[in-house]
Design a binder for this molecule. Structure first.
Ligand code: ZN
Length: 617
C-alpha cells in the first residue's frame, strides 16, 4: 500500500477530500468540508504518528474567502506592531503569504492568530520575515517563487511521487569524491546506492585555475542524478549548482533558506566577475533562476525524505549563516552517513558550536582545513581586533578591513557594534547586501543572539553606527573624509574590489591601519603585504603605491575548527562513527590529520583522492 492509500484508509467519513497530493516530501489533503478543515488537528496528529511524514490539511478552492475580504480581515486580526508589509495569495497551494517585520507577533501566542485567520478565511497563512534591512535579493527570490507557483506545484508533486515510489533494497552504499579530496576547494561528493544518486555540494576551486570538480566521469550523469544537497553558501561548495541546471538537471536541490539566498548572492557575483574579467562564465542568470525554482528549503533538525532510500537532516555546523552538516539515513537506517562540510566547534559571536546529538552515525566525512594547526580562540581574536581598532581610531586613524562579503564580515560587525567604539562603520557594496540577508534569518543564529535580537531588540545589524555604501558618490565621501572610521570591504585578499580603493586612499597616512581578519592565500596581494611588501605596483600608475599605514593581522576568527576542535567534535558526537573519511584539506595536512584521528579515536580512517570510490556498506 502506498502512503497516500494508507492515509485515505484512515480518513473519517465527513472528510470530503477533493485532492490528496505530494508537495515534495510533504503530503497535503485538500478538503471541501468546513468543519473537517477546522477540526482536523487530532486526525492529522494520528496520521503523522503512523506514517511519520509531514501531513497537512488545506481548504479546497470552493471554501476560500475572496482575496479582497481576506486581506481586510488579516489587517484587522494582526496587531499593528507585527509590521505587516505585504500580503499576497497562492491559490495553487491555498496559501496566503504574509510578510511581517515581527513574525512572532503575527503568529500570535501558540499560533493563535494563524488559527483565527485559517478558521475565518480558509486560507492557510504562510508568514515570512520582512528583513530589518531591505534586501532586493530576498524580494526578488520571493517574487520569483510566487510567479512560478504553478510550476512549483507540478514539480513538487512529481518529486513527491518519486520520493514515495517503489523502494529497492540497499545492498551497498558508495562515496565518490569528485572534488575537494586532498585539496581545499571544488567540493563535490557523490553518494550512491542501487536506487539513488545524491550529490553533496558542487563548488569551484577558487585559487588560480578556478577548476571544476570531476563532473565528466561516467557515473556522474545529470539524467540519473536524483538530488543535490548544498551544505552552505561559500562558492567552493555552491558555485556550480546553477551549472547543473544550465545543462539540463531538473531535480531538486535541498538546503536551508539562508544558504539558498546567500548562494544566489555569491553566484551572481561569480558570473559578474567573470564578465568583468572578459571570461566566459560557466552559466548565465538563467541557471540561477532554474536553481531557485527547484530549491526545496529545509529547517535545521527537520527530517526529510529526499529519495526513496535517503532521509536527510540538516543540523547547525557553526560555520556560516544557514550552514549545515548533512546527516543521511540511508535505507531506513541500514547505514547512517554524516557529512560535516565546513564546521566550527566553538561558540562564536553569531553561532552556537556545531551540533553533536546524532542518534546514529556509522560513517563520517569530515573537513580537515586546519587538521594540523592550533588557532587562537575566537575570544582572543575578538579582544585583539577591538584593541587594534580602538587604538587606531582614538589616534585619529582610519581602519580598512578587507574581507569576504559573507561570514567573517558579519562576525566582525557583531564584535565592533558590541563594543564601546564610537566611530562609523562602513560596509561597502555586496557586504551590505549579505548583511541584509542576515537580518531575515535570526532563527539561524545562536540562541543568545536570537534572544538579543528577538527579545532585547538588540540587533547587531541595524546598529546606528553601521552605514551601507551603495554608490560611487557615497564611497568618495568616505574616502575623502578625514574622520576616524572602520571600513569593511571586499575582496578579502585584496584581489581587486572596493577594498583596493580604500587602501589607495588610506595608504599614505601612518595613523591608518590595514587589518587582515582572514586567511590570505599564497600568490595574493594580501599575502605579499603580510609578508612585508610595502610598495605595490598599480596598473596605469608609474609611481605605484607606497604603504605607510600600519599593517596588522587578527587570527582566531576563522569559521573552521582548528585541529583540537575537530577532534573534540568527533569525540563529542553522541554516536561513534566506525569509519572516518577526511576531505577538504591540503594533501600534507590531511596526511597528518588522518593519522591523528586514527590514533586518538581508534577507528578506521581514510583519505581518498578525488575520483576514488569507497564502499561503506
Ligand atoms: Zn565554507
Amino acid at each position: 500500500m502506498t502512503i497516500l492509500e494508507d492515509i485515505k484508509a484512515e480518513l473519517p467519513a465527513n472528510a470530503q477530500i477533493v485532492e490528496t497530493v505530494y508537495e515534495g516530501p510533504d503530503i497535503i489533503l485538500y478538503t471541501k468540508n468546513e468543519s473537517f478543515f477546522k477540526d482536523s488537528g487530532e486526525f492529522i496528529r494520528g496520521v503523522v504518528a503512523k506514517v511519520k511524514k509531514r501531513v497537512e490539511v488545506r481548504a479546497a478552492e470552493t471554501l476560500l474567502m475572496t482575496q479582497e475580504k481576506t486581506k481586510e480581515l488579516i489587517k484587522e486580526i494582526m496587531p499593528a506592531e507585527a509590521g505587516i508589509r505585504d500580503i499576497y495569495f497562492e491559490p495553487e497551494f491555498a496559501k496566503v503569504v504574509i510578510h511581517a517585520e515581527k513574525p512572532g507577533l503575527a503568529i500570535g501566542k501558540a499560533g493563535e492568530l494563524l488559527r483565527k485567520i485559517k478558521a475565518s478565511t480558509f486560507w492557510t497563512p504562510d508568514i515570512k520575515r520582512a528583513p530589518a534591512i531591505d534586501s532586493e535579493l530576498i524580494a526578488a527570490v520571493r517574487k520569483m517563487l510566487h510567479k512560478e507557483a504553478g510550476y512549483r506545484k507540478k514539480f513538487l508533486n512529481s518529486l513527491g511521487e518519486k520520493i514515495y515510489g517503489e523502494k529497492k533494497e540497499v545492498e551497498w552504499v558508495r562515496v565518490t569524491g569528485l572534488g575537494g579530496f586532498r585539496e581545499v576547494g571544488r567540493s563535490a561528493i557523490l553518494v550512491s546506492t542501487p536506487q539513488s544518486r545524491v550529490l553533496l555540494d558542487c563548488g569551484v576551486a577558487l585559487g588560480g585555475g578556478r577548476q571544476f570538480p570531476h563532473l565528466e566521469v561516467s557515473e556522474f550523469n545529470l539524467q540519473t542524478l536524483d538530488a543535490v544537497v548544498i551544505s552552505h553558501a561559500h562558492l567552493d561548495h555552491s558555485a556550480l549548482v546553477p551549472y547543473l541546471y544550465e545543462y539540463g538537471y531538473r531535480g531538486p536541490v535541498f538546503c536551508t533558506r539562508p544558504t539558498r539566498d546567500l548562494s544566489i548572492l555569491l553566484q551572481m557575483d561569480y558570473i559578474a566577475i567573470a564578465a568583468r574579467e572578459g571570461k566566459k562564465a560557466p552559466y548565465s542568470s538563467k541557471g540561477i533562476e532554474e536553481m531557485i525554482k527547484h530549491c526545496v528549503t529545509l529547517e535545521l533538525g527537520q527530517v526529510t525524505d529526499i529519495t526513496p532510500d535517503f532521509r536527510i537532516t540538516l543540523e547547525n555546523s557553526g560555520h556560516l549563516l544557514g550552514a549545515s552538516c548533512v546527516h543521511m539515513n540511508i535505507g531506513d537506517g541500514t547505514y547512517n552517513l554524516l557529512y560535516s562540510a565546513d564546521m566550527k566547534f566553538e561558540r562564536t559571536k553569531l553561532f552556537d558550536p556545531a551540533f553533536t546529538d546524532y542518534a546514529r552515525v556509522e560513517g563520517l566525512i569530515i573537513e580537515s582545513t586546519y587538521g594540523d594547526e592550533r588557532l587562537p580562540s575566537h575570544n582572543e581574536g575578538e579582544r585583539k581586533l577591538l584593541d587594534i581598532v580602538r587604538r587606531v581610531t582614538s589616534n585619529g586613524g582610519r581602519v580598512i578591513i578587507p574581507t569576504f562579503a559573507v561570514g567573517r564580515a558579519q562576525d566582525v560587525i557583531a564584535m565592533l557594534v558590541d563594543s564601546d567604539l564610537q566611530v562609523p562603520i562602513y560596509l561597502d557594496g555586496m557586504l551590505w547586501d549579505a548583511t541584509a540577508i542576515h537580518t531575515a534569518y535570526p532563527e539561524f543564529m545562536s540562541r543568545s543572539m536570537q534572544i538579543d535580537i528577538l527579545r532585547k531588540k538588540k540587533n547587531p545589524f541595524i546598529d546606528p553606527r553601521l552605514k551601507g555604501i551603495g554608490s560611487g558618490a557615497e564611497r568618495r565621501e568616505v574616502l575623502h573624509s578625514a574622520h576616524p572610521c572602520v571600513v569593511l570591504a571586499t575582496s578579502g585578499m585584496l584581489q581587486g574590489g572596493p577594498a583596493m580603493e580604500y587602501l589607495k586612499e588610506f595608504a599614505a597616512n601612518p595613523a591608518n591601519c590595514l587589518l587582515f581578519v582572514g586567511y590570505q592565500a599564497e600568490g595574493t596581494l594580501g599575502r605579499r603585504i603580510q609578508k612585508g611588501w610595502r610598495y605595490i605596483p598599480i596598473e596605469g600608475d608609474d609611481h605605484g603605491l607606497e604603504l605607510k599605514l600600519q599593517v596588522d593581522t587578527v587570527e582566531g576568527l576563522s569559521g573552521h575548527s582548528d585541529v583540537n576542535q575537530l577532534i573534540n567534535w568527533v569525540k563529542s558526537l553522541r554516536a561513534k562513527p566506525r569509519k572516518i573519511i577526511c576531505n577538504h584539506g591540503e594533501n600534507s595536512v590531511i596526511a597528518s590529520f588522518v593519522r591523528l584521528l586514527h590514533n586518538e579515536l581508534k577507528v578506521e580512517t581514510a583519505a581518498p583522492k578525488n575520483l576514488e570510490t569507497i564502499r561503506l556498506k
